[in-house]
Ligand binder design. Structure first.
Ligand SMILES: C[S@@+](CC[C@H](N)C(=O)[O-])C[C@H]1O[C@@H](n2cnc3c(N)ncnc32)[C@H](O)[C@@H]1O
Length: 229
């Protein structure tokens, strides 16, 4: 898989690239690269943004700057690019990221993430260059870099070779294996701590009963913690 992150702060991804599962995936074929809008701006003095028409606070990331960066990277008109590549603009009002969308993105051979800053993108970026608009939650971050890392983190841990134990990603919260329910509780040593005892079934060594108990716990949690509408 190849992931390109367009950003004004590529250095923010250095820490991310060194995380174990990301490093594992990078060593087994993932390509994760950053493109700095500023390196491709057609404007003077590295300008990438401008004041909003109609007035108001803040600066807006220019459409010509985003186009120049996309063209420099892919050598194509970005309007056509999105026909055969997922070009995901990060924006607070986009489709909410969930497990289903993460799995969908993880199946894509290539992904482009557009991070905004300031007041966000000129609307024409979203209308004409993006195939998707994605939000990591109904709150506003200062920039798209953390949102891009959230998307990359969730997607990359689904790639073969990313996790030490491939099974970890199969049976976890919201997975098909758990019928989309939250994961069951985990415990480790000590078996008793301050009088808080680990459920006996987990110490029984009886795999079928453990499995049954876990599924029941997971289903119970799904009932108790329904997502907010
Ligand atoms: C300060 S925000 C712009 C917010 C915009 N003025 C609004 O009210 O929707 C700057 C950039 O951060 C990113 N961003 C902020 N919150 C986000 C979220 N919840 N999900 C995805 N991206 C987000 C986007 O790329 C956005 O363009």
């Amino acid at each position: 898989m190849e992931i390109d992150v367009f950003t004004l702060f590529p250095q923010a991804f250095e820490w991310f690239r060194a995380q174990r599962h990301v490093a594992n995936a990078l060593s087994t074929g993932l390509r994760l690269e950053c493109v700095n809008y500023r390196d491709h701006t057609p404007l003077n003095a590295g300008q990438v943004d401008d004041t909003p028409f109609g007035g108001g606070a803040g600066m807006v990331l220019r459409v010509d700057v985003v186009e120049a960066a996309l063209r420099a990277r892919y050598g194509r008109d970005p309007v056509e690019l999105r026909e055969d590549r997922r070009v995901v603009a990060l924006t607070p009002s986009g489709r909410l990221l969930d497990e289903e969308l993460v799995s969908e993105l993880a199946r894509a051979p290539a992904l482009t993430l557009l991070s905004g800053r300031y007041e966000g993108f000129d609307e024409r970026v979203l209308e004409h260059f993006a195939s998707d608009r994605l939000s990591i939650g109904r709150y506003v971050l200062a920039g798209g870099e953390l949102a891009a890392m959230v998307v990359c983190d969730a997607v990359i841990r689904k790639l073969p070779g990313a996790l030490g134990h491939a099974d970890s990603a199969l049976e976890e919260s919201f997975s098909e294996a758990l019928e989309g329910a939250p994961e069951y509780p985990h415990y480790t040593r000590p078996a008793e701590y301050r009088g808080w005892r680990v459920p006996e079934v987990l110490l029984s060594g009886h795999h079928a009963r453990v499995r049954e108990w876990r599924l029941a716990q997971s289903r119970e949690r799904a009932g108790k913690r329904r997502p907010l509408p």
